[in-house]
Ligand binder design. Sequence first.
Ligand SMILES: *Cc1c(COP(=O)(O)O)cnc(C)c1O
Length: 372
Amino acid sequence: MKVPVNEPLLTQNAKKYVNQCLDTNWISSAGEFITKFEEKFCSFNKMKYGVANSSGTASLHLAMLSLEIGKGDEVILPAQTMISTAAAVMYVGARPVLVDSEIDTYNMDTNKIESKITKKTKAILMVDLFGHPVDYKPILKIAKNYNLFTIDDAAQAHGAKYNDKNVGSMTDISCFSFYANKIITTGEGGMMLTNNKKIFENAKLYRDMYHNKNQRFFHDKIGYNYRMTNLQAAIGLAQLEKIEKFIKIKKMMAKRYIKNLKNVKGIKLPIEKDYAKSVYWMFTILINEKDFGINRNQLMNELRKNKIDTRTTFISLNKQPPIKKWYKNQKYPVSEHVEKTGMYLPSGLAITNKQIDYVSECIKKIHKKYNL
Ligand SMILES: *Cc1c(COP(=O)(O)O)cnc(C)c1O
């Protein structure tokens, strides 16, 4: 049996809506699906304004631009995340200041934020890693005390909840990705949400080359082409209609993996904090070599031999060549532990129970083989 690490689930309406674009020639960045998708995604998250755009990375860049964060500024973010979170900060000439992870959820350790704040700090950029919400309450409190902007990189956590609130609804700005492996997809795409009209207007200008509102082709600033196409929004709208079902699938997947693997020694399974409803974007496990028998890389190799595709967790940002010089004298032990021992199992929305059981059985067999 072949098991890909991630396969999206496309629905009948996607075809129907895309065909409507093709039939009417509305294939570029104007058209009814873009505003519809923005409105529906806003109402799903109980937010006022949405700026659909070309990627999750572009959404993060738009967040930085619309807050006018730039040279000389610092933005606090977790060390254990995808490079896009830090890249957006670098695009505007600001510096990412990294915070280590906590071991329960691998999210940013909220106890380690305050000591990173300086006069240059402008914002805290948090991430809901692997679909599990970060602990918002202490972060929002720190941000309020120090008068900092809050931005949520919710690219992995559409529909995840912190107490009763959606991630993406508690910060000044939130950013989502609709890449093919995310909770919902447009192929490529992203959206920035906010309740602040000024931020919203500014982000819209930056999304489309900063054309002056009264005089087109006059540009007060240099903008970007970060527009989403009507074709992408058509797929996005069809995906959004199914988001509750998709989240249910993710939860059932996690439940089944946990049931199958809970007695295997040396595997740390994902948990859900009291405040959290995770959407299990990727089913992430840590491998303890001593107890499991082999290490993470060896397990990934063994699974590959069984045609099972997996991925490692993220390489800690403090080790990335373009920025590592800034973190030379700092330590990120938890993030690096997650980096070295973490991996995700096949977690796509198209995964079947048979595939989950096959992956679990293979892991158990491998564990046995090295524990004779
Ligand atoms: C996927 C992802 C992004 C980037 O989204 P793209 O659409 O691929 O640009 C940013 N941050 C996190 C945490 C992600 O997982």
